[in-house]
Design a protein around this ligand. Structure first.
Ligand SMILES: [Ca+2]
Ligand SMILES: [Ca+2]
Ligand SMILES: [Ca+2]
Ligand SMILES: [Ca+2]
Length: 533
């Protein structure tokens, strides 16, 4: 475990008092991963030590190994006068651009927002399931359900909840746009353990990028799943709902995930990317990860996938649009200092705005080291011995460019995979990461069902319901192009691609199901379907 230089900590603590910074640390630890995150934007560490610990071990069981030192989010775009606005987080040496609390509909911070919202609200799937299965019995309203900061929650008693703001996500059972567990509403719990928190980029000066603020509200949501499935048990999920609460549209908007990987001993770490799989990853330079911090001869790989990126003009997912590596050994890829440097890295350019050139193909690219590690003819750190990559390298996975209209919401989703004991050096990483990715995508599909009846609008009418053999689907606007049916436990049972107004369900056993409608892979409605013969 690498410890951050203490003189920088002294500096940052000065800023902690002068800025409206977050000062709350949460721990996500439901499965084989235990990770700290320090609100609002300092992910995977406690502002001192690396805190993405895998495997999770109890005290006295040996030396805790970590696989990521720190992470955060970056974003940037142009306002209507082409003024560049950037917000980013790194190590907080000079501070950060992000501050706790939501914004009101005028895009302003709230009184006490910085202190009231200096908290990550936890919720577990089991407390939600117990409440739902009890038939919304009041006795099953736990403190976490009671104090979930859903819109206009009348039971909330931590502070005066600001009214008429969309805050933490919930299932609105009675569709009245108010979170009230007494009406059977309940928090969305996608994982065994989940946290929600909210922050913005306007409550104080942008100490990192010196940029003017974008006027963005960001809802953070992370979760992990305790599972018999090794892949899910070694994965964590991180989602950010961005709302442009400024009065200005933003064009050429990019969203980045900034990661300082640390594979055990950080001094022998290598990095690469899989553009077609929306993944960047860290592996070990050689077949032995040295020292007490190292993983020894059983070396894992760690990958980050952009599960859902920003959308293009046709609302298609852009996914991973660039992957860059920077460190101070690389003159033209050194630590960013100005908002333009941060933005260039978000666009997959070099620090000065010139393109990256793949030295093997001699073509311009936005992806560094995208080559297979087992092909000698591709650009990777296994072939590029001249690379000045070191353990102090940082990576930025970016998605863009996109348009963020004033008032627009969009959500980006990331998964982090930790795959144990992958043969080194130069591992064939793609199949391993693909395997983990398939389970993550399957879980996302199941979440569609588990978060269930959250949207019953869209004028899609399923009849008859209950039904025996066939249902008619009335959707005058042809609002969907995929149907999926799940059990109430979230197990997928049937799909139909494309629009239809008749669906055959005679293969389904008697029981209750969730029928989910999606347009271009984005769920738009879920309803309960009862099969009875
Ligand atoms: Ca309600
Ligand atoms: Ca590192
Ligand atoms: Ca290492
Ligand atoms: Ca080594």
């Amino acid at each position: 475990m690498k410890t951050f230089y203490s003189f920088l900590l002294v500096m940052s603590s000065v800023y902690l008092h002068s800025q409206c910074n977050g000062a709350y640390m949460a721990v996500l630890d439901a499965n084989n991963v235990s990770t700290d995150f320090f609100l609002p934007e300092a992910l995977f560490w406690d502002l001192n030590n690396s805190g993405y610990r895998v495997p999770k071990i109890d005290a006295g069981q040996g030396v805790t190994k970590t696989s990521i030192f720190a992470g955060s989010i970056w974003m940037g775009g142009l306002d209507e006068t082409d003024n560049l606005k950037v917000a980013a987080g790194t190590y907080r040496q000079s501070g950060t651009d992000f501050f706790p609390g939501p914004l009101n509909d005028e895009g302003e911070t709230l009184e006490n927002g910085c202190t009231d919202f200096n908290y990550a609200w936890p919720i577990t799937q089991s407390e939600v399931q117990n409440f739902v299965q009890s038939g919304y019995n009041e006795e099953f309203i736990t403190d976490n359900i009671r104090n979930w900061p859903g819109r206009n929650n009348p039971l909330f008693n931590m502070f005066d909840l600001p009214q008429n703001l969309d805050l933490a996500p919930f299932v609105d059972t009675n569709n009245d746009n108010t979170y009230n567990p007494l009406d059977g509403d309940y928090p969305i719990a996608k994982g065994t353990q989940n946290f929600w928190w909210v922050f913005n980029d306007i409550a104080d000066d942008h100490a990192l990028t010196n940029s003017e603020p974008l006027g963005m509200q960001i809802g953070g949501y992370c979760y992990s799943v305790a599972s018999e499935n090794e892949a899910l048990d070694n994965t964590t999920f991180w989602e950010f709902e961005l709302i442009n609460k400024s009065q200005l549209n933003l064009s050429n908007f990019h969203m980045g995930f900034w990661v300082d990987f640390e594979l055990g001993n950080y001094l022998d770490d290598y990095l690469g990317g899989l553009p077609n799989q929306n993944i960047a990853y860290c592996y070990n330079q050689d077949d032995y990860d040295d020292g007490t911090a190292g993983y020894g001869y059983e070396i894992p790989i760690v990958g980050v996938e952009v599960l859902e990126g920003l959308k293009d003009d046709n609302n298609n997912d852009i996914g991973l649009s660039s992957f860059i590596i920077y460190n101070n050994n690389l003159p033209i890829m050194s630590t960013p200092e100005t908002k333009n440097h941060f933005y260039n890295y978000l666009k997959g350019l070099q620090k000065d705005g010139t393109p990256i050139v793949n030295p093997v193909t001699n073509t311009e690219t936005t992806f560094m080291y995208p080559g297979s590690l087992v092909e000698n003819e591709e650009w990777s750190l296994c072939t590029d011995e001249s690379a000045l990559i070191s353990g102090t390298s940082k990576t930025v996975l970016s998605s863009g460019p996109s348009f963020m209209a004033s008032g627009q919401k969009t959500t980006v989703k990331y998964a982090i995979y930790w795959i144990p004991d992958v043969p080194h050096p130069c591992p064939d990483v793609s199949p391993y990461l693909q395997n983990y990715s398939s389970y993550a995508h399957e879980l996302i599909e199941q979440n569609i069902a588990l978060s269930s009846m959250e949207i019953e609008a869209q004028n899609i009418i399923v009849s008859p319901n209950p039904t025996s053999k066939q249902v008619s689907i009335n959707s005058p606007q042809q609002a969907f192009n995929q149907i999926d049916i799940y059990t109430l436990n979230g197990q997928w049972v049937q799909s139909h691609k494309g629009f239809t107004n008749q669906l055959n369900i005679e293969n389904l056993a008697n029981g209750q199901y969730l029928i989910s409608f999606a347009k271009n892979k984005k769920r738009i409605a879920t309803q309960k379907l009862v099969v009875l013969r």
